[in-house]
Design a protein around this ligand. Structure first.
Ligand code: GCB
Length: 630
């Protein structure tokens, strides 16, 4: 990942600390034309603007010193946002429930009380914690108390793994910031506001869908709301290692290139990068902005799915040090080949929604992640697509450890507001946060900027902006998007979309035999491509309810799904330019678009596994096919 430009105190606009002044609506955040102008100007230069006193993401947040705020938080369900808006629909000047008022006398009227309100667990979506919240979309206020030992000269941050979708954060009665985007981390510095004892943190989380958001109002997954990922207090020295990118240089198997970004008053202190197992210890001097360029030769065992070697990498500067587990590999596109460590690789993939097996709900734990990724390995996959939004960091770290290549994606899904500059701005930030968080993960080889978006000029402009942004941020990985199929004639699909020329890997979803004709149609299709680039079939599949049986013509039976898989696999063998395939999907997942009673019951049933872990017939077909693919 390229180092962000500007001085150390730079920010993402999606994650914005608040200064004093009247409470703003979220929409104001996105209509701050000055920030936007700054951002556009900066984007032309390929840098992020310095525009507020907040920080970029703290890399490797889970391994920093601090305390976890996981556990029960008191929660107030607020469907009318009456804790934030008065009866004229204007925000309360004091932040409403964020002020955490208590009656001082018997006659004081205060119509909320966090401490007598029931709790919700963090991390965790709210939908699956109480039956009445399963379909809830709106605001819930979270509150918890914490103490915080303060060391002289140290700096303290509150860090959120993710809050879906919009979060407004208050500490000890004062609003400290807000964030939009449901799947990426954000943080606020609280050094001057946090006390040793008796802190109260309140977070207003709102998961209402809006046309101009990313994702927009229509998706095929559950809109799980809440503080869905870990929350931590992070304690770092006054000057600390804020971020780093340490990877092999593109195409060079024995040269590490990257950067370390310091933050604090003493930006010129030396930075040391150590890889003890490889006997490496190198020291670098940052520039006046705290950015140290890292570059050294190294002979390292390369990371690959069959040998997922990770090294302890230690980054030190002054009083701070952070340890990561990093793998080293190269990934390149050459003609129609995908080269991992210089050798052609075929991607044997499956998509994995962030739906927890057995319990249904958003994945946040290592145990959930391990179950899912072990199932993917059982299918003989070397690759997982993590659609359609950035998953919990636990997934990409496990993929590193377990040897699975990863496709990561932002929720630019179906038809969004292509002409709206705020929507683009929002998408760019989610992309930036995703890349920022996972840029040191060897498993991640592909950044996807969109899924199944309709061709058109405004969309092309929007998506090429994202492609350029991803390339600027990360020159080592490849960029893709899941495109739609187009027929040249009733029997010929041509992979052609004006976006294709901007991508490194062209991918395309197809549902021949399910949405697109009967299974027999699969046997008649011929594929052509307009691109001399690696090509991935990024979705195919069919619904089946586990243990529902019938003949292969009967929808929703295992036999029908298996028939589609059998014919798909035969078709793959007839596509001469195929670099990889990704089955849709590993496990059945909740979707509001799937109401068919007794069969779907609000689950998309295209899983190879049911939500209870049953293997369907299609599982065995794909497993055997992937075993045969080299
Ligand atoms: C698609 C979408 C995916 C859906 C899937 C389906 O094309 O990309 O999000 O869940 O089809 O099952 O319809």
């Amino acid at each position: 990942m390229s180092p962000p430009g500007g001085p150390a105190n730079t920010t993402f606009v999606n994650s914005r600390p608040l200064t004093s002044g009247p409470a703003r609506r979220y929409s104001d955040v996105f209509s701050m034309s000055i920030l936007r102008t700054l951002l556009s100007a900066a984007l032309c230069l390929g840098v992020i603007p310095a525009c507020a006193a907040d920080l970029e993401l703290i890399q490797n947040a889970a391994r920093r010193d601090g305390i976890s705020l996981n556990g029960p938080w008191h929660a107030i369900v607020d469907p009318y946002e009456s804790g934030y808006l008065d009866y004229r629909y204007r925000p309360y000047a004091d932040g409403g429930f964020g002020a955490n008022k208590k009656p001082k006398t018997k006659s004081d009227l205060i119509e909320y009380d966090f401490d007598s309100s029931p709790t919700l667990n963090v991390p965790g979506d709210w939908n699956t914690q109480r039956p009445e919240l399963l379909l809830y979309e709106g605001t819930i206020w979270y509150k918890r108390d914490f103490d915080c030992a303060k060391q002289p000269g140290h700096r303290i941050f509150v860090w959120f793994g993710a809050a879906n979708y919009r979060a407004m954060v208050f500490l000890n009665g004062t609003k400290i910031g807000e964030h939009a985007g449901g799947f990426t981390p954000f943080q606020f510095e609280i050094t001057d506001k946090v006390r040793e004892k008796g802190n109260v943190i309140i977070v207003k989380v709102d998961d209402q869908r809006k046309q101009e958001f990313i994702p927009t109002v229509m998706t095929d997954w559950w809109n799980y709301g809440g503080l869905t990922r870990e929350v931590r207090i992070i304690d770092v020295p006054g000057t600390f290692v804020q971020d780093y990118s340490i990877q092999l240089e593109k195409g060079r198997q024995s040269h590490v290139a990257g950067w370390v970004r310091l933050n604090g008053a003493d930006l010129r202190q030396k930075v040391t990068v150590r890889i003890p197992e490889a006997g490496i210890s190198r020291t670098f001097t940052p520039d006046e902005t705290g950015l140290a360029r890292v570059s050294f030769d190294a002979t390292l065992s390369l990371w690959a799915p069959e040998s997922p070697k990770l090294y302890d990498v230690i980054v030190e500067a002054g009083a701070d040090h952070v340890t990561d587990r990093i793998g080293f590999r190269t990934i390149e596109a050459k003609g129609r080949d995908l080269l991992l460590n210089g050798k052609p690789i075929r991607l044997r993939g499956v998509s994995v929604h962030a739906e927890a097996p057995f319990r249904a709900g958003r994945v946040f734990s290592e145990a959930d992640g391990r179950t899912l990724l072990n199932w993917a390995k059982e299918v003989n996959c070397n690759f997982v697509r993590l659609p359609h939004y950035p998953h919990d960091e636990v997934m990409t770290r496990l993929a590193d450890e377990m040897g699975l290549l990863v496709w990561s994606e932002v929720p630019v899904y179906w038809t969004i507001s292509w002409e709206n500059p705020d929507t683009l701005h929002n998408a760019e930030h989610q992309l930036t946060e995703m890349i920022s968080r996972d840029k040191n993960r060897a498993s991640v080889i592909l950044w996807s900027v969109a899924n199944e978006t309709p061709r058109g000029d405004a969309r092309l402009k929007f998506l090429t902006t994202l492609v350029e942004r991803a390339r600027t941020l990360d020159s080592t990985r490849l960029i893709t998007a899941a495109l739609e199929t187009h027929y040249a004639d009733p029997r010929t699909i041509v992979v052609e979309d004006p976006l294709g020329q901007y991508l490194d890997v062209v991918s395309c979803n197809e549902y021949i035999g399910w949405y697109d004709g009967a299974p027999e149609k699969i046997d008649t299709i011929t594929w052509q491509t307009a691109y001399e680039k690696p090509f991935v079939l990024s979705e195919f599949g069919a619904d089946a309810q586990a243990s529902r049986h019938g003949d292969e013509f009967t929808r929703f039976t295992e036999e029908n799904q298996a028939d589609v898989y059998r014919r798909q696999v035969a078709m793959f063998k007839r596509i001469p330019f195929l670099t990889g395939t990704i089955a849709w999907v590993l496990v059945d997942f909740r979707s509001p678009r799937r109401p068919l009673a007794g069969i779907q019951d609000y689950f998309n049933r295209k899983g190879l596994f049911s939500d209870r872990g049953e293997r369907k017939q299609a599982f065995y077909i794909l497993r055997d096919y992937y075993k045969s693919v080299k």
